[in-house]
Design a protein around this ligand. Structure first.
Ligand code: NAD
Length: 454
């Protein structure tokens, strides 16, 4: 059965159904469609489907625009909210969100949901590939759901877990050149995956022996980043106390040719992956009575940093007898992207609000019509701050401090100008990137840096 599917895949004579057309699913759908696969992209968000059908792409998707339009025009990519009922064999690729589990929902709720939908019109020889980052044991859960339908995994139904490692906006490492970890239920399924991923990353697949190993690898990679980001951020706090610059420390430590890898300071890890995936390791350990304390501590540090930054800004303004008013610049959790999920900037806003600050925010990627979405993504009830379209001189006069949480490329020159021309009393740089200008009268304070002009 799976051998037949393998043959069909070699000639691309099989439909691929991609569930979830977000940061992970859409680039994959386009990549496969442009390589002459017939792809059906399914997303429950009807607004997203409508937007895509109108070729209205978000900033981070624009890089795909040419290939996206070509795929639609050639009929290789179909966008829909409803799962098409087909009688032929098909391959399902799951790219839906995997939230942090709580009392109301498991992390695999959407993965299970789409699996059940896929199975409604499945037949022997079909294959499911999970790309979402899942909690330990999820692939086994999915296996049981498929088996309950009477299929035999590895014999007449294939199952693979191939976690996505994409880093949106990374210019060096992208879908095409990032190697992928993969677990496959059997050799035929591995052959099928090789045919598919040939058009994704040239089949640069590292096969591991069990689904749990692959699940642990994915969570461990992100735990590694979380722990190191928290480590460098805690070091930044110490450097603040010592009056030395953390960037100089990192730069000097980086000269060690082995055993050290630089991580850089900031307001903390955000997004849908780094703060979430490591929690899967904590939960898994708990089941064996073990506490994964280093990750728990890293998460604590990660949620403390916005509080520390807010307090540092307050102390500085009080000390200088300045009004408690601040502009937060750069709201997304990484540079040059419109992704605002679980972003530390929103946590800083929450903390400054508690401290009684007047707050305005500026981010060229922030869209007013998406405010309800940002509120949900950052667990906020309301936005009690002003959104600024630009950082013009008149507006700056109303604020004591410009706090840069994220350095985007677009306002970079303007921020340099604000500093050089001393257009605001204080600049607080959470990423410690602005170089000291002795001619400026603006007080420059960097997280983990020295206090300049004090
Ligand atoms: N964003 C990243 O950089 C990244 C990187 C690697 C891995 N991941 C992982 O990939 C998965 C997806 O992340 P993302 O960033 O693409 O999320 P996303 O929110 O950008 O996209 C997910 C899409 O799935 C849709 N969806 C939800 N439930 C659905 C259902 N039942 N049927 C069909 N569609 C459904 C949503 O409407 C949304 O459009 C997550 O597990 C995430 O941890 C993300």
């Amino acid at each position: 059965m799976l051998q037949l599917t393998s043959q069909k895949t070699k000639s691309k004579n099989i439909e691929i159904h991609i569930f979830g057309l977000g940061y992970v699913g859409l680039p994959l759908a386009v990549r496969l469609a442009i390589s002459n696969w017939n792809v059906i992209g399914i997303d429950v968000n009807s607004q997203r489907i409508e937007r895509l059908k109108q070729n209205n792409l978000m900033e981070s998707e624009l890089i795909l625009k040419k290939e996206f339009i070509e795929s639609l025009n050639q009929g290789r990519l179909t966008l829909t909210t409803e799962l098409p009922k087909i009688t032929d064999n098909k391959i399902g690729i799951i790219c839906v969100p995997t939230p942090v589990p709580d009392n109301n929902q498991s992390s695999s709720i959407f993965v299970e949901d789409v699996t059940k939908k896929f199975l409604e019109s499945s037949k022997k020889g079909d294959v499911i590939i999970i790309e979402s980052s899942v909690e330990v044991g999820t692939t086994d859960k999915i296996k049981k759901i498929i088996e309950l339908k009477g299929y035999k995994i590895g014999e007449n139904f294939g199952l693979a877990f191939c976690p996505e490692r994409i880093d949106p906006q990374n210019k060096k490492w992208n879908l095409e050149n990032i190697p992928r970890i993969i677990y496959c239920s059997d050799d035929n399924t591995f052959e099928i995956c090789k045919s598919i991923y040939q058009n994704v990353n040239n089949s640069n697949l590292v096969r591991v022996s069990s689904s749990i190993t692959a699940e642990i690898v994915k969570s461990f990679e992100n735990a590694f980043r979380l722990v190191n980001i928290s480590l460098v951020n805690e070091l930044a706090i110490l450097c603040d106390k010592l009056g030395i610059n953390v960037s100089e420390v990192i730069q000097a430590a980086s000269t060690k040719p082995f055993g050290f890898m630089p991580f850089y300071t900031g307001a903390g890890a955000g997004g849908h992956c780094i703060p979430k995936d490591p929690t899967f390791l904590i939960n898994s350990s708990k089941k064996f009575g073990h506490q994964f304390s280093i990750i728990e501590d890293a998460l604590k540090v990660n949620s403390f940093i916005p509080k520390y930054i807010a307090k540092s800004i307050e102390n500085l303004l009080v000390q200088k007898d300045l009004a408690k008013s601040v502009i937060i610049s750069g709201m997304s959790y990484k540079p040059d992207i419109e992704d605002m999920r679980d972003s530390p900037s929103f946590k800083i806003v929450k903390e400054l609000t508690k401290l009684g600050f007047a707050i305005a925010v500026h981010d060229p990627h922030l869209k007013k019509d998406l405010i309800p979405k940002y509120l949900i993504e950052n667990k906020m009830k309301e936005f009690n701050f002003t959104i600024l379209e630009d950082l013009d001189e008149k507006i700056l006069q109303d604020y004591s401090c410009l706090c840069i949480v994220q350095h985007h490329t677009k306002p970079k020159l303007r921020i340099e100008e604000i500093y050089q021309k001393s257009l605001i009393p204080v600049i607080f740089d959470c990423q410690n990137q602005i170089q000291k200008d002795p001619k400026s009268h603006t007080i420059l304070k960097s997280f983990g840096g020295q206090n300049y002009s004090f």
